[in-house]
Design a protein around this ligand. Structure first.
Ligand code: FMN
Length: 247
């Protein structure tokens, strides 16, 4: 399993026209629901978008990324304390889940669940692509999907049958990730060595050249995830969490 699936998987960003049957989505979601969750509260909801009108609107909120535009289905996974809180209230119990901690708990449940969906879908021969743009337009996506209080979108997944091949991309050496007993403090040379696999990966070198950047690190800090953009997204996402979870 480790060598056959996990080390050979890759993100798919272009999908064929072939529809993904409803039964398969249902089956994947049902199996993904066996993921562990905090207190077995299952603090997530997934919204399936396949209707053309809704999908066109959602695609635009994902900046018409090719994965969003070509996938027949987009799944928006939400951190959801609404259903659980309502159940508590109906039972006469007083829920205390309008706070930041509860958002983090629900987000953790939701993200683990989202990854189960991706793994199951890929094992069934589908391709998947997370759409990080869910954070950029979380407020607008919440409005489009009519999300109530205590529900915030945290992961979007474009899903469908792959069109054409994709490439397995590089990973840091396991030494970078796995520290033994205590956090290892790497020297400057060690950090540079750990990142050599990324610096030397041909696709990365191509992007660096194409964007006229002095290094791969500069490509990240100046083009892909610059400070100003991160701060703007943080501000709007923080406002949304306050509105939905901290009233
Ligand atoms: C939180 C998250 C957000 C992502 N956002 C995007 C995205 O907006 N567009 C995209 O094409 N890929 C996106 N990806 C996919 C990553 O680019 C991809 O997983 C990474 O480059 C490693 O490639 P691999 O999945 O093929 O191994 C995202 C992945 C994650 C986990």
């Amino acid at each position: 399993m480790i060598d056959n699936y996990f080390k050979n998987r890759f993100t798919v960003r272009l999908f064929s026209d072939k529809e993904v049957c409803q039964d398969l989505i249902d089956e994947i979601v049902e199996a993904a629901m066996h993921a562990p969750t905090c207190g077995n509260m299952q603090l997530y909801t997934v919204i399936e978008t396949r209707d053309k009108v809704m999908k066109t609107k959602l695609e635009a909120l994902h900046f018409n990324q090719p994965a969003a535009a070509t996938a027949p289905v987009i799944l928006t996974v939400c951190a959801d304390f609404n259903r659980f809180s309502r159940w508590c209230e109906l039972e006469g119990a007083v829920p205390g889940y309008s706070n930041f901690h509860s958002f983090i708990v629900a987000m953790t449940d939701a993200v683990i669940f989202a990854q189960q969906i991706c793994t199951l879908a890929e094992m069934e021969g589908l391709g998947t692509c997370y759409l990080g743009t869910v954070n950029y337009n979380a407020k607008e996506i919440s409005e489009l999907l009519e999300l109530p209080e205590l529900v915030v979108p945290v992961a979007s997944i474009a899903i469908g049958y792959p069109k054409g091949g994709s490439e397995i991309v590089e990973r840091l050496p396991v030494k970078a990730i796995l520290h033994r007993e205590k956090y290892r403090k790497d020297s400057a040379d060690e950090i540079k060595n750990l990142f050599r696999v990324k610096d030397e990966f041909p696709q990365n070198q191509e992007f660096v050249k194409l964007n006229n950047m002095p290094s791969l690190a500069h490509l990240f800090t100046e083009i892909r995830y610059p400070k100003k953009m991160n701060e703007e997204v943080s501000k709007s996402f923080e406002e949304l969490i306050k509105e939905k979870f901290m009233k």
